[in-house]
Design a protein. Structure first.
Length: 493
């Protein structure tokens, strides 16, 4: 049966390598399974009125989703409907700024979503500057695996006049993702990509709905730049523009109906001309023909004005950030664990007998075992950190929340079979971590003996055993080392 120390050492060694191997396999599978959406996008401006040819997700009027989606890792970006006064387009979409009056979308029932958190962070200064908290930014980027949802708030001014629902019959959402270079390439900080589709169109909703949600079916892929476009099938409203509107909507005014000229009556003296009945029939036929011609002309004008495809939104967001599940870094640690040694040192010299003296017993040299304390260890180490409290975004600027400790294990590069480390890791700068915890290493110890010969100068017998002490150190990512020598750009500090 193996001794306890040997068993612990082997278990720690096997666990460490299994931990690393599993992480590398998961990262490889995530990388191979990453899919990037490269479907063609819709062009801006006015297009031919054929919604069936549009790429992406298409929602007809009766199926506009108005219930807040409850999907994991979803990201809602909010826009409001606006009726511009300087363009011929009747409706456009604008980002919702901080402090928008009457904007109060339904809250998530499961947990606080990013859009709710960001909107609550709006300060007075942000409100005065009309900052848009929902749009992706360096401090609030899109992440790998996010389910993109475009939220549309039908503004009160337009909703009361039914402009949005009366002019838009079909909404189309399309997202085009272009591949881009990694913001902070870190081969030793792998990520697992969330792939797979998402939900499509939602259920039917009442006419008085105020908030709508257009969900893109595919989750965002890392290191891509998404371009979002929303195209609407517009149907102009007939009749005068709604009251209070500065700009008239495209109208279709019925063409005036030309009345048939009165038939000339024959002179009363000549009774042999065309009878009155025939004159009345001819006038009626002429009037009917004029009305039919007017209706056909009106229908032709309406056909030209109806069903125009207009782009309500066409925007390119910032690059999607990768999310990392673990990290491998190297550095140096300082340990309180010491590895002592023992030697036999002479405590008193020999006392010989005087020459010629009989009956004298000489006294030999006397020795004692002395411990030689070793200095505290400074070792090069290799550390493996798992982001157990959520995937880590190493491509954004450093934030104080990165200080939260993550479980880490490591080994000494100078003595990988005898010195192990376990504890926590906190990122204090982008690419730089502080590690701390327990150092379990093998040190020397005296072998217990039954007798101690004070006259023996032979080195004492020693054995080894594992001991635990506190350690503290710093580790670095390869990308950080590259930035020191100008070989790359970090993800921000």
């Amino acid at each position: 049966m193996l001794k306890g120390d040997v068993m612990i050492r082997r278990l720690l060694w096997i666990s460490l390598w299994l931990f690393v191997a599993c992480g590398l396999l998961l990262a490889k599978s995530g990388k191979d399974g990453t899919s990037k959406n490269t479907s063609p996008g819709a062009t801006g401006g006015q297009q031919s009125a054929d919604a069936s040819t549009l790429p992406g997700e298409t929602y007809i009027l009766e199926d506009w989703p108005n219930s807040r989606p409850e999907y994991p890792h979803s990201r809602i970006i909010w826009y409001k409907t606006v009726h511009p006064t300087s363009t011929s387009q009747s409706i456009i979409l604008e980002p919702i700024p901080c402090g928008e009056k009457d904007f109060s979308p339904p809250a998530s029932t499961s947990q606080k979503e990013p859009d709710e958190v960001e909107y609550k962070r709006c300060t007075l200064k942000m409100k005065q500057a009309h900052e848009t908290p929902f749009l992706p930014s360096p401090d609030n980027p899109l992440h790998d695996g996010d389910l993109l949802i475009i939220g549309i708030w039908d503004h009160k001014d337009l909703r009361e006049r039914q402009l949005f629902r009366s002019t838009v019959s079909v909404l189309n959402l399309n997202v085009v993702s272009q591949s881009a270079s990694a913001i902070n390439p870190a081969p030793v900080r792998p990520s697992l990509s969330v792939t797979g589709g998402g939900p499509g169109a939602g259920l039917a909703q009442p006419v008085t709905a105020e908030y709508y949600y257009l969900t893109w079916a595919n989750r965002l892929a890392p290191d891509t730049v998404p371009t979002v476009s929303i195209t609407a099938l517009m149907t102009p409203v007939s009749g005068p523009a709604p009251s209070g509107d500065n700009t008239s909507l495209p109208q279709s005014t019925p063409a005036p109906v030309e009345e048939a000229p009165p038939a000339k009556q024959a002179p009363p003296a000549n009774r042999s001309h065309t009878p009155i009945a025939e004159i009345t029939a001819a006038a009626a036929a002429a009037a009917v023909a004029a009305v039919q011609q007017s209706q056909q002309s009106q229908q032709g004008q309406q056909g030209q004005q109806q069903e125009k495809l207009l782009t309500l939104l066409n925007v390119t967001y910032a690059q999607v950030h990768s999310l990392y599940t673990f990290n491998i870094a190297t550095g140096m640690i300082y340990s309180w664990l010491r590895n002592p040694s023992w030697t036999r040192e002479e405590t008193s010299g020999a006392i010989p007998c005087p020459s010629g003296q009989t009956g004298c017993v000489p006294v030999p040299e006397m020795y004692a075992t002395v411990a030689n304390p070793a200095p505290r260890e400074i070792d090069p180490v290799l550390f493996f950190t798992v982001y157990a409290f959520g995937k880590f975004d190493a491509e954004r600027k450093w934030h104080w929340t990165d200080l939260k400790p993550e479980p880490s294990i490591g080994l000494s590069l100078s003595s990988p079979s005898t010195d192990f480390f376990g504890g926590g890791s906190s990122e204090v700068w982008r690419g730089v971590q502080v590690v701390y915890g327990v150092h379990r290493g093998k040190i020397n110890a005296l072998t217990p003996t039954l007798t101690n010969d004070p006259t023996s100068s032979a080195a004492p017998l020693t054995t080894t055993h594992f001991a635990n002490k506190f350690f503290f150190g710093v580790t670095f990512n390869i990308t950080f080392i590259q930035t020191l020598f100008g070989g790359g750009k970090g993800g921000g500090g």
